[in-house]
Design a protein around this ligand. Structure first.
Ligand SMILES: NC(=O)C1=CN([C@@H]2O[C@H](COP(=O)(O)OP(=O)(O)OC[C@H]3O[C@@H](n4cnc5c(N)ncnc54)[C@H](OP(=O)(O)O)[C@@H]3O)[C@@H](O)[C@H]2O)C=CC1
Ligand SMILES: Cc1cn([C@H]2C[C@H](O)[C@@H](COP(=O)(O)OP(=O)(O)O[C@H]3O[C@@H](C)C(=O)[C@@H](O)[C@H]3O)O2)c(=O)[nH]c1=O
Length: 259
């Protein structure tokens, strides 16, 4: 049996992976949440690896609050950069293959065509900066790894995401103002989870940096309209184009990833 340790498993992606595990009888998953395995505590990481000795570690642990990261960047860096560094060091010690998730927000959004893995990142917010440092640590410490950059992740079931926020807002608001100033690819967490598990199942050796998204580029405004349509709420709520939706963090205007 292949042993897979999943960190940050209480979040959107971790829970999505957990839901799929019954389809993979030859993989033994071990799920840990932030309260069991805190990746900012090196000795705790070490303890879990010693006990479980995993073949793979899927790291879903991250500080993902883009707005809040501007106000407390040190917290974002502690998890997304230093935590990832310490996890990589333990992966090296135990010969565990790390599958790590990164983000489209490592790019500045000035390009007009899909970003490839060859494009130079230049993050414009603290979340993106912290995730990029995390990527660099992995590349420095490990010879073999998978870094999978994805974008605009949503699960209809788990966690906090734009899809669920729009449905929640639709319960109380008649009009919703949604920005047209960013373009990206919404990605269903289930598709990403299946992709990551397929790397393990197939013993894939295409190590390195990869981009994975669902492939249909749109603005957040387009995505909100889609969500409302899909949930048959067009009579109840109107989606209004916003050109100046104010946020604390800057976000890339264009962050479509080329798969
Ligand atoms: N959400 C998105 O739109 C996108 C996400 N990504 C990346 O995908 C990955 C998964 O994101 P997603 O599931 O959506 O995010 P979530 O915020 O839903 O999940 C992240 C999980 O990490 C946990 N966590 C936070 N700090 C620590 C820590 N120190 N040690 C262990 N666990 C910790 C959180 O636990 P707790 O809640 O208890 O703090 C939470 O359960 C992340 O790497 C993220 O950067 C990439 C692109 C898009
Ligand atoms: C709720 C809401 C948001 N917006 C805007 C704000 C922002 O510019 C954009 C997206 O909003 P959110 O804050 O939900 O999304 P955001 O937190 O920016 O999502 C990002 O999360 C991190 C973790 C990633 O890695 C990215 O790929 C991306 O998914 O939509 C509106 O215009 N109207 C609204 O009513």
């Amino acid at each position: 049996m292949t042993k897979v340790l999943v960190t940050g498993a209480g979040g959107q992606l971790g829970k999505t992976i957990e839901k799929l595990t019954q389809d993979y009888a030859n993989i033994n998953f071990f799920f840990t949440s932030s309260s069991d395995l805190d990746i900012t505590k090196a000795s705790v990481i070490e303890k879990y690896f010693k006990e479980y000795n995993p073949d793979y570690c899927i790291n879903c642990a991250a500080y993902t609050n883009v707005e809040q990261a501007e106000k407390e960047p040190e917290k974002a860096f502690s998890v997304n950069a230093e935590g990832v560094r310490d996890l990589s060091l333990v992966c090296k010690e135990y010969n565990t293959l790390l599958i790590h998730i990164s983000t489209d927000y490592v790019f500045d959004g000035k390009k007009a065509r899909p970003y490839t893995t060859e494009d130079t990142p230049n993050p414009i917010n603290e979340y993106g900066k912290s995730k990029l440092v995390g990527e660099k640590y992995i590349q420095q410490i490990l010879k073999k790894y998978f870094i999978i950059r994805t974008s605009w992740l949503y699960s209809k079931e788990f966690g906090k995401n734009f899809y669920k926020t729009i449905l929640e807002k639709a319960k109380t608001e008649k009009e919703m103002y949604i920005t047209t100033q960013q373009t990206g690819c919404p990605t269903d967490a289930e598709n990403l989870a299946v992709y990551m598990i397929s790397i393990i199942e197939n013993n894939t050796e295409k190590y390195g940096l990869h981009h994975f998204c669902d492939g249909e580029a749109m603005t957040w405004y387009d995505f909100a309209k889609k969500i409302i349509l899909e949930n048959k709420l067009t009579e109840q709520v109107k989606i209004v184009e916003a050109k100046n939706y104010r946020t604390f963090a800057r976000r890339p205007e264009y962050s479509v990833l080329r798969n």
